[in-house]
Design a protein around this ligand. Structure first.
Ligand code: SF4
Ligand code: SF4
Ligand code: SF4
Ligand code: FES
Length: 948
């Protein structure tokens, strides 16, 4: 595949429906009204020279290189700032224009350092290209004119450099930071010839407000802002389009390569989820793929106290298969199970659940969605009939009121947050329901209209109270409800929410949210135009997670905010493929496509194609597997790409369960915490080393393409296939596309999905079938998937996790932009410069009461355990609430979280733990012991890593 860079049309696409026809250099072209002349010319393939224009940002008109002549008009306007007009006749190449353009270029070149041959951007520099394009052969002013201020190179950012002497002050970087990223970290400081790009208050990048998204680097036409990887390796010579393996936004990238080395990741403008943007993780944090900790050879050991022994793939697979067979023969068919990975591809996930159902012969399969979005599946399926978000990301551009509940998009889903911020800057209103003052409450040019800082654990009370206002103030969209929903159930629900005990005034005592704020937010949501709800784990990871999801769906249906662009209910999914892992049948009660294992017609279909009798009883969920291990009835587990010891609650319980098993198989990139209890370690492959698909939070299925050979020798699906064959259940796929073909044959929402279509269209959103051959951007348009929308009574039940004199504070947890999940990948990249450790956020008042100063070590104790970390004093959290992230194993914050979980799905109640905080001298004894144990458990015989 060649590098084949994406076309830069110079200015953004106009979305106007009306079109305009003009003539450019004698050729007619028809474009949407509002298009620039520059873009209209590019549509014809006519490139007008440009420097300050690029199609990711609005035109600025500063460089004067893109001049044109228009018949009947005086002068030579800039084509990037001139909109097309009906009948316009444009000339882009006349002697006058050529002369003027050369003059402009002479001025630029006369003051630019002339180290082109040794410049890192040589061959990839628009200034160079434009000098060629205008035919510059000489510079009348010489080459040693005054230079711009040169305060030296700023290399403080781990991923890119800033070299001001090469800056042409085109301001593309400043505009990219404002318009695309929405951070406003850059300005042009100084005046005239002394103008210079400045991060924040003339600070180094690392100390500025920059969040390292790289949009400015991508926008820069020169080497002024340049990736360090390009400086080190050289410019790329080929590119492969693939999909980010971090979060559920699902940004697509051009992985730009030189030979077999990855030079840089450039967000794909054609990517329908990201539209050419990225965050620091996807663009820069891929170095883990070649980190020295990567395990590349299989290892086995009989006891977890033994050292690891490197073995051949053949031995590892045969040993694993024989262990599972031995265990099943001794303890029964149901004594083994497995966990699929939401980081792996759809095809890999599908194969793991197939192996468990067909080769193990039971339904003991679960996935990490158990601990994050399983309530979304339950809640949306019950109310709407489908376990997924209702919209595409583009929909936010039509939204008038954004309601965010329990999500922190700027950290958790940064690229979607940038798109949302753009809409908010353009005038949409904003309501935030969150115990913490997340960034979006107040960020440059955005201020939330309402922030409801509720007490953790009271989501149901708040959302039901919003519904109370809607119903009692006559704000229900009755026509929508009568046409689209179960009317009798609606009436029961309306009577329920209208009860005075759900009024904002009545729930204020429970939620801590002022009644007036709830009333105002409800009125705005119900009457502000198109209203859309976006929610995250702050909704689902509660004992009433499923109830809140249903309360959210009730609210959206009651106000008619469903079934069109700009509205809907949108779970912001955490991991890159958590939607896909759920779709692919990773739950113990559901086959692919969310069909219950007891559904005999479905079961028969699978039995026929898979050639094995299948169990029609739901299998064990992760917590049940651990409990069964402690009971002695569950003895073996195959875990693909999931660090359950670190990510699941109540670490001690989890560790005891794993320790009680006779064969724990971990397939992963690194010796993650769970592998301390493993008997077999099967090295996994990164997203750069495999083919397949991921499905993002919009139900968008996108290709993952192999960029380099797997350092362990195999893609993950091949390992599962080898294991299945060794277990005696044959699998013979040559390529993941064949697995997708099988998924399509078995899953009604996927019948139209195949690789050639994905390659042609870029992506499709399921359902993709005969009724919707190109996929379904917005769901439930004419009717809900279940027919009529179902209103469900959502009684608030306080969690059993109560504060009291021993544990007076409520701990809630979340994520930070630079780190990802349990940090196994991001901790092995330069991203650690932004987040070396998990910190405990505590309100100044609570800190003072406990004698805790900023940066002090503190002990955090709950009734299940205790750990130690350092304090960060901030009023982002309210009094009575503390907050931390969970990215570092040395913190082991899940030692303190409890065994409480969602009533419907067992999703753990991570977001509410009663704790006490006290000053401490440093890491607790338990942590030191744990660290020592981890080291011992990782002992190996040989150096591990082939790739440095
Ligand atoms: S990297 Fe992103 S946030 Fe930082 S200055 Fe550039 S555009 Fe702004
Ligand atoms: S740093 Fe690059 S993008 Fe920014 S003004 Fe200078 S040349 Fe233009
Ligand atoms: S927003 Fe998510 S998918 Fe996009 S680049 Fe960042 S981590 Fe990757
Ligand atoms: S590209 Fe039009 S003025 Fe710079």
């Amino acid at each position: 595949m060649s590098l084949n860079p994406e076309i830069d049309y110079g200015t953004p696409q106009s979305k106007a429906e009306k079109t305009v026809t003009l003539t450019v250099d004698g050729v007619e072209v028809t474009v949407p009204e509002g298009t620039s002349v520059m873009r209209a010319a590019m549509e014809l393939g006519t490139q007008i020279p440009k420097l300050c224009a690029t199609d990711m940002v609005e035109s600025f008109g500063s460089c004067r290189l893109c001049l044109i002549e228009i018949e009947g008009r005086n002068g030579t306007p800039a084509s990037c700032t001139t909109p097309v007009g009906e009948g316009m006749v444009v000339k882009t190449q006349t002697d006058r224009l050529k002369r003027l353009r050369k003059g402009v270029m002479e001025l630029y070149i006369s003051e630019h350092p002339l180290d082109c041959l040794t410049c890192s951007a040589n061959g990839d520099c628009e200034l160079q290209d434009m000098a060629g394009a205008v035919g510059l052969r000489d510079v009348r002013y010489g080459y040693d004119g005054a230079r711009h201020p040169n305060p030296g190179i700023d290399a403080s950012n781990p991923y890119f450099t800033y070299e001001p002497s090469k800056c042409i002050v085109c301001s593309r970087c400043v505009r990219a930071c404002e318009e695309v990223q929405g951070t406003f970290a850059l300005t042009i400081a100084g005046r005239g010839f002394s103008s210079v790009v400045s991060p924040s208050m003339e600070q180094p990048f690392i100390d500025s407000e920059c969040v390292s998204c790289g949009a400015c680097v991508q926008a820069c036409p020169t080497a002024t802002l340049n990736e360090k990887s390009v400086i080190d390796i050289g410019t790329p010579d080929r590119a492969v389009v693939t999909t980010c393996a971090y979060c559920g936004v699902g940004c697509t990238f051009r992985a730009e390569m030189r030979g077999d080395e990855l030079v840089r990741m450039i967000p794909n403008k054609e990517g329908k989820a990201n539209r050419g943007h990225s965050c620091v993780k996807g663009r820069f944090a891929y170095g883990y793929a070649h980190h020295k900790d990567r395990i590349t050879k299989p290892m086995i050991r009989e006891k977890i106290t033994d050292p690891w022994r490197e073995v051949s793939w053949e031995e590892a697979i045969q040993y694993t298969a024989s262990e599972f067979k031995r265990i099943q023969a001794k303890y029964g068919k149901g004594s083994v199970g497995g966990i699929t990975s939401s980081r792996c591809t759809n095809e890999e996930t599908y194969l793991v659940q197939k192996l468990i159902r067909a080769a193990f012969g039971n339904n003991n399969v679960d996935t990490c969605a158990r601990v994050c979005h399983s309530p979304t599946g339950y809640g949306l399926k019950t109310t709407l009939g489908e376990s997924a978000g209702t919209q595409d990301f583009d929909s936010v551009e039509r939204t008038d009121v954004v309601l965010i509940i329990g999500a922190n998009p700027t950290d958790g889903h940064p690229v979607f947050a940038s798109r949302m911020k753009k809409r908010l800057r353009d005038g949409a209103k904003l309501i935030i329901v969150d115990p913490r003052r997340i960034d979006l409450v107040r960020t440059p040019h955005i201020k939330a209209d309402y922030h409801l800082p509720l007490k953790p654990g009271t989501n149901v009370a708040v959302v039901t109270s919003l519904a109370h206002v809607v119903v009692t103030e006559g704000l229900v969209n009755e026509q929508f409800v009568r046409e689209r929903c179960e009317w009798d159930e609606f009436q029961d629900w309306a009577a329920f929410v209208a009860d005075p005990r759900h009024s904002p005034e009545a729930v204020e005592k429970i939620t801590g949210v002022p009644a007036e704020a709830i009333r105002g937010a409800a009125r705005l949501y119900a009457t502000g135009g198109n209203s859309a709800i976006y929610y995250g784990l702050g909704v689902t990871e509660h004992s009433q997670g499923s109830t809140t999801v249903m309360a959210i769906a009730n609210l959206a249906m009651a106000t008619g905010n469903m079934g069109r662009e700009g509205v809907g209910v949108n779970p912001l999914r955490g991991q890159n493929n958590v939607q896909g892992s759920c779709d692919m049948g990773s739950f113990p009660h559901e086959l692919p496509g969310y069909r219950h294992v007891s559904d005999s017609a479905t079961l028969e279909l699978f039995e026929q194609l898979w050639g094995r009798p299948l169990d029609n009883e739901p299998g064990l969920r992760i917590p049940n597997m651990i409990d069964a291990a402690l009971d002695g009835s569950f003895k073996g587990i195959y875990i693909q790409g999931e660090d359950i010891l670190q990510s699941d609650p109540n670490t001690q319980h989890m560790a005891a369960g794993l320790a009680a098993m006779e064969c724990v198989v971990v397939q992963d990139l690194f010796l993650v915490e769970t592998s301390n209890y493993a008997h077999v370690f099967l090295p996994g492959s990164t997203f750069l080393e495999k083919n397949g698909t991921f499905t993002n939070a919009e139900r968008r299925i996108q290709r993952v393409r192999k960029v380099m050979a797997p350092v362990n020798g195999y893609e993950d699906w091949e390992i599962t296939q080898m294991l299945s064959n060794a277990l005696g259940y044959p699998m013979q796929y040559d390529h993941p596309s064949q697995i997708m073909d099988e998924i399509a044959r078995l899953t009604p929402t996927f019948t139209g999905v195949y690789y050639e279509k994905l390659d042609a269209l870029g992506s499709v959103q399921w359902p993709c079938n005969e009724a919707a051959p190109e996929g379904t951007p917005v769901m439930h348009i004419d009717s809900f998937v279940r027919g009529k929308g179902k209103f469900v009574i959502t009684e608030y039940v306080a969690t059993d996790e109560k504060t009291g004199p021993r544990f007076p504070l409520l701990l809630t947890t979340g994520r930070i932009l630079s780190q990802y999940n349990v940090g196994a990948q991001t901790r092995r990249t330069a991203n650690v410069v932004w987040h070396e450790e998990d910190r405990l956020e505590i309100h100044p008042h609570d800190a003072e009461n406990r004698g805790v100063r900023d940066g002090d070590w503190v002990k955090i104790a709950s009734r299940t355990g205790e750990t130690t970390l350092r304090a960060l004093i901030t009023d982002r959290v309210a009094t009575g609430v503390v907050y931390t992230t969970f990215h570092h194993p040395s913190t082991q914050v899940n030692v303190v979280t409890t065994e409480f979980s969602d009533w419907a799905t067992n999703c753990p109640e991570y977001k509410v733990t009663a704790v006490q905080i006290a000053p401490s001298n440093g890491p607790s004894e338990w942590q030191e012991e744990y660290e020592a144990q981890s080291k011992a458990a990782r002992r190996i015989t040989e150096p591990l890593v082939a790739a440095e």
